[in-house]
Design a protein around this ligand. Structure first.
Ligand SMILES: *Cc1c(COP(=O)(O)O)cnc(C)c1O
Length: 441
């Protein structure tokens, strides 16, 4: 659960300080480290169950491991695309699938997940819950408007509990229908409707783990006291996890926040003003957002944990499309964040450069991060770029940048010719409702 009943977002009561434990965690495997961190928050699950569940999540589903860090040129790359759908969203959604199944088995009952996707989230959510007992998942995508690879990744999952819907409308229509069905409280209760969107707290929590894991690896390599992370950002979920890791005592000196042309967040961190613009379609579609759904969590801390002030600001934003916070005399919103936008030409140039100089394939999201990190200068603490997807998911951008057909991965190539299942529905909430009712009986 992410959204509280009053429409706000759920946050932990307190943030544990783990500085005194860092040294004992340095050599842990990803799974063991994940257990140490998550158990500080998941206090309602018996320790042995939680350990088993986490070790299982980060065992076989990730090849060869969930979050390897390697040096490429003057940067470190934290590769988060070794899960089944080749995007960083697998790290959290594989765990979420296991958590849901465990909790449903203990409590009894069922969960019907309804989602809308323009690409990565839908496929990672489907792979997180496919074949799980007590769970059905319905994912709407706008017909003909997600990339063929992403569509195929979703619709080739044939498990009985997975239901893809190709909706004759836009992504906004899918979201509108999702909100209207989830907002019908009787329907929501009767059919146990849930969501796995990016405000789900378990997703943010699961993502804190790789910041620790990567910082330990790079500190071992360089003996640096602290590190910087550069994070290609859309809904502020990934970078927020890094921010929590820093609050917990991980020595992160800076979080370099990279946006594409949809730069609401980079404008905010450079001015204190958070104001809506128009959505621009780019080569990094998972970052094509205007309203960053996790931003409210950060803003709560930034205004001194004053919930009344936060509510005022969010109301103002809902009313006017803009909010502003007070910034210090030197104009700095937050010493931790350095934020900038990388445009299409910088993205393509970074893909080309890393291919030519290092024979390393950047996906267009990661490339935006790399371009922004390089433009800020790399002297000082080591910079770890969070690599959020494998390039094979975005072959057109790779070909545009390099002139070559380089973007391949066995998991993507294997999709070719697979059988698919998908329901085509009109752009109408009632049609989606009927389909759900008919499917789950
Ligand atoms: C979702 C996604 C992002 C953005 O992550 P946020 O948590 O929304 O900031 C970046 N890159 C890829 C490949 C993604 O799928």
């Amino acid at each position: 659960m992410g959204l509280a009943d009053d429409g706000g977002l759920i946050i932990p009561e307190s943030i544990p300080d783990v500085s005194d434990r860092l040294d004992s965690w340095r050599e842990l495997s990803f799974g063991s480290l994940a257990f140490e961190i998550i158990q500080l928050f998941a206090t309602d699950i018996p320790e042995s169950d939680l350990r088993e569940l986490i070790e299982r999540t980060y065992g076989s589903a990730f090849e060869p491991e969930p979050a390897p860090t390697l040096r490429v040129g003057d940067l470190y790359m934290l590769e988060l695309w070794h899960g089944p759908t080749l995007s960083f969203k697998d790290i959290a959604l594989q765990l979420l699938g296991n958590l849901f199944e465990y909790i449903l088995a203990r409590r009894g009952g069922v969960l019907n997940i309804l989602g809308a996707t323009s690409g990565d989230t839908g496929s990672a959510a489907i792979y997180g819950v496919r074949g799980r007992k007590g769970i059905h998942i319905f994912v709407m995508h706008p017909a003909g408007k997600v990339s063929p690879i992403q569509e195929h990744q979703m619709t080739s999952v044939l498990d009985d509990n997975v239901h893809n819907i190709s909706l004759a409308g836009s992504f906004d229509d899918c979201q509108r229908i999702m909100k209207s069905l989830a907002g019908d409280l009787d329907f929501k209760r009767k059919y146990s409707l849930g969501a796995v969107n990016s405000v789900n707290w378990a997703r943010v929590l699961a993502q804190t783990v790789y910041y620790f894991h990567a910082a330990f690896a790079v500190q071992k390599d360089t003996a640096a006291e602290s590190v910087r992370f550069c994070v290609p950002t859309g809904n502020f979920g990934d970078v927020l996890a890094g921010w929590y890791a820093k609050q917990m005592g991980l020595p992160i000196s800076r979080l370099i926040l990279a946006t594409n042309e949809n730069d609401i967040l980079s404008r905010f961190f450079n001015s204190g003003q958070y104001s809506l613009g128009e959505v621009t379609h780019t080569l990094s579609p998972a970052m094509d957002i205007q309203v960053a759904s996790n931003f409210e969590r950060y803003l709560y801390y930034r205004v001194g944990c004053n919930a009344d002030r936060l509510r005022e600001l969010m109301d103002e934003f809902a009313r006017t499309g803009s909010l502003r916070i007070d910034v210090s005399d030197n104009g700095v919103v937050d010493e931790t964040f350095i934020a900038a936008a990388g445009d299409k030409s910088q993205c393509l140039a970074a893909i080309g450069k890393y291919h030519e100089q290092y024979d390393y394939l950047l996906d267009p999201h990661t490339a935006v991060g790399v371009a922004v990190a390089e433009s800020r200068g790399l002297s000082g603490d080591p910079v770890i770029c969070v690599s959020t997807a494998h390039g094979a998911k975005f072959p057109a951008a790779i070909e545009q940048a390099t002139g070559k057909d380089l973007a391949h991965h066995p998991a993507i190539d294997a999709l070719d010719g697979l059988e698919t299942r998908c329901e085509s529905l009109p752009n109408d909430a009632e049609a989606v409702r009927e389909f759900i009712v008919k499917t789950i009986g």
